[in-house]
Design a protein around this ligand. Structure first.
Ligand code: ADP
Ligand code: MG
Length: 610
């Protein structure tokens, strides 16, 4: 068990998805990972930057939706999809929304509007930092930033530099599919689980196969197409609408193409919800207008080839990873374009299973980055560590009692131990029954397992068996029993049952422990008193027989009547009278017991002297 859990620092670290089309920022607040919204309540910021023509006063910069709004009037000064240029050298990328130039410093780097891609990305990161600081009302200086699994060292280093330029220390670069898997809680699946992450965003597609190894996800394979995303669907849609109306999309002015593509995107998003939608672009080129109705079926027919390309990548990635669809424990959807019903159908069909839809696909990466940031900053314990034992765990002891070792609601991982002894003389093993539940009597709890613990035969109460319960971060209970005399261990592992109990069963068990609280307590008192009585009665009889001169008449009478009262109470079976009778007998024999001990010591002394 790691003992370094105590060493937590409570640092504020932001989780950032620096996307090609959209970006988002989150932080852990009061123990919960959340995404932070801007002044308009939007948790997603377009990765667009507008650079005004600044004079000596410096350049005016706008980021996000504000920058996009400048696009139709000032297209040459709005940079979008700068992520494509990260870590790239001049000449590596052929097409971009604004002209690319070779860096003047001879480094072979590239520039857009006189800036390096890192500097442009830094503007997006500054905006995210600003949103976070405004929401959290404190300074944020550290971040976890995600990158695609296929990013090489140069691209990762460029991302890190962008963070630093924005005043953020990048404490970790995290791969996007891993972040998404964290957001979907797939880290709970356990060792060797494999999952597929299907990410169709605005400009890129990738499919990653992950495998859990030593508690962290490893990317087994990733395949993608950096020219396949929602933008292509918008363009295809705008093009087909133009074709239908006899307009040549490719010969239109850039501003008109932007207008039509923007309207196509709006309509596309609507078609994820409705069966048909109107396409309206009044005066899109200054004079002409376009208005038509598009059905979801038309749209789906149009985008079919794009979806098929993504499925081809899936097939290749699975082949690279050497896994078949049925080997996967989960398939998750990431990226805004996976909101399209036809995409979901195609993914479900290819993988032969319904994808997990429990998270917003366009927020999952940022949420996962936030979770990772929370773990690194100590504000969120490893997700799995947040688990608690839903019910108490213990073993059955003498008289059928439940002896709790780990109380309910203990945070895992944890361990606890206690020493036990033999109930009968000469016993050479004991049966350990591992129990779960809140009831006082062993039989009312659930038995998770039982096993025989061997030990050296010894007089009653002399054997020493240490029992330790240990629950690891996966909720697996390991029971260790050690014969202290010989040091021999017996270890039994009880899989997952210790933590995986359904809520209803927990509710029922806790409810019953409350309902039966009085009865249970009475039974425990009776059982404990009975065990004491059974030990005391024979001992008292022996003492009286051997003591002779040591007890006076009155004392002997009191002891005998107290013993009779104990036998009577035992027969009646009432807990409190029995407890009282046992206490009376204990008190009555106190002087005798002390005298017996004294005599034994005297005898031993005489023996030694003689
Ligand atoms: P990134 O590429 O930055 O990871 P996102 O995951 O945010 O981007 O995806 C953005 C894309 O998702 C855009 O092309 C957008 O049009 C598309 N999208 C967002 N919502 C929907 C929707 N409801 N239906 C179809 N496409 C959508
Ligand atoms: Mg993305």
């Amino acid at each position: 068990m790691q003992d370094d859990f105590a060493e937590v620092t409570h640092d504020l670290i932001l989780g950032i998805d620096l996307g090609t089309t959209n970006s988002a920022v989150g932080a852990v607040e009061s123990g919960f990972p959340i995404l932070l919204a801007d002044e308009d309540g939007k948790r997603i910021t377009p990765s667009a930057v507008w650079f005004g023509n600044g004079g000596s006063m410096g350049t005016a910069v706008e980021v996000g939706r504000k920058a996009l709004r400048r696009r139709s009037a000032d297209p040459g000064r709005v940079v979008t999809s700068v992520k494509r240029l990260m870590g790239r050298r001049f000449g590596e990328e052929r097409e971009f929304c604004v002209p690319m130039e070779r860096a003047a410093d001879g480094s072979g780097g590239l520039r857009v509007l006189g800036l390096s891609p890192e500097e442009v990305s830094a503007e997006i990161l500054k905006e995210l930092k600003r949103i976070a600081e405004m929401r959290l009302e404190r300074e944020a200086t550290k971040a976890v930033i995600t990158v695609p699994a296929y990013f090489n060292d140069a691209q990762r280093a460029a991302t890190k530099r962008a963070g630093e330029l924005a005043g953020l220390e990048v404490v970790r670069i995290l791969s996007e599919p891993t972040a998404a898997a964290l957001a979907y809680g797939l880290d709970k699946l356990g060792e060797k689980s494999r999952v597929a992450v299907y990410d169709l965003g605005g400009g890129t597609f990738d499919l990653s196969v992950l495998e859990m190894q030593d508690g962290v996800f490893q990317v087994l394979a990733t395949r993608g197409d950096t020219r396949l995303g929602g933008d292509d669907l918008d363009a295809a849609l705008a093009r087909s609408i133009c074709a239908r109306e006899g307009i040549d999309f490719d010969t239109l002015e850039p501003a008109a193409r932007v207008r039509l593509a923007e309207e196509a995107e709006r309509m596309k998003c609507r078609l994820s919800e409705t069966e048909q939608e109107a396409f309206r672009a009044p005066f899109y080129d200054g004079s002409r207008s376009l208005e038509t109705i598009v059905s979801r079926a038309d749209f789906e027919a149009r985008i079919k080839p794009f979806i098929e390309r993504s499925i081809t990548c899936c097939r290749q990635a699975l082949a690279d990873a050497g896994v078949k669809p049925e080997d996967l424990q989960a398939v998750i959807l990431v990226g805004g374009s996976t909101r399209i019903p036809a995409v979901r159908r195609a993914v479900a069909e290819f993988f032969g299973r319904e994808p997990d839809l429990s998270q917003h696909p366009d927020e999952a990466v940022a949420l996962g980055a936030t979770i990772q940031a929370g773990v690194l900053g100590g504000t969120l314990r490893q997700m799995v560590l947040l688990d608690v034992t839903p019910l108490s765990l213990g073993i059955e002891t003498f008289g059928g009692l439940m002896n709790i070792l780990i109380p309910r609601n203990t945070t895992i991982p944890c361990k606890a131990g206690e020493m036990f002894t033999n109930a009968a003389a000469g016993q050479s093993s004991m049966r350990l029954r591992v129990l779960q539940g809140e009831r006082e009597m062993a039989r009312d709890n659930w038995e998770l397992g039982n096993f025989e613990v061997p030990f050296e035969p010894a007089p009653k109460g002399q054997a020493r068996v240490g029992v330790q319960f240990r629950i690891d971060e996966n909720g697996i209970l390991e029971v260790l029993a050690r014969d202290v005399t010989t040091g021999k261990d017996t270890v039994v592992e009880i899989r997952s049952a210790a933590v995986d109990v359904d809520d209803e069963a927990v509710g029922k068990m806790v409810g019953e422990s409350v309902d039966f609280a009085f009865e249970d307590m009475a039974e425990r008192i009776f059982t404990e008193a009975k065990l004491k009585a059974e030990e005391l009665l024979p001992a008292v009889e022996m003492a009286l027989a051997s003591s002779g001169d040591l007890v006076g008449e009155a004392e002997r009478t009191e002891i005998e009547s107290a013993a009779t009262a104990v036998r009577q109470a035992l027969a009646e079976g009432l807990p409190n009278p029995l407890k009282a009778a046992v206490q009376r007998l204990d008190a009555a024999t106190e002087a005798l017991a002390a005298a017996l001990v004294e005599r034994a010591m005297e005898e031993a002394m005489l023996k030694r002297l003689g």
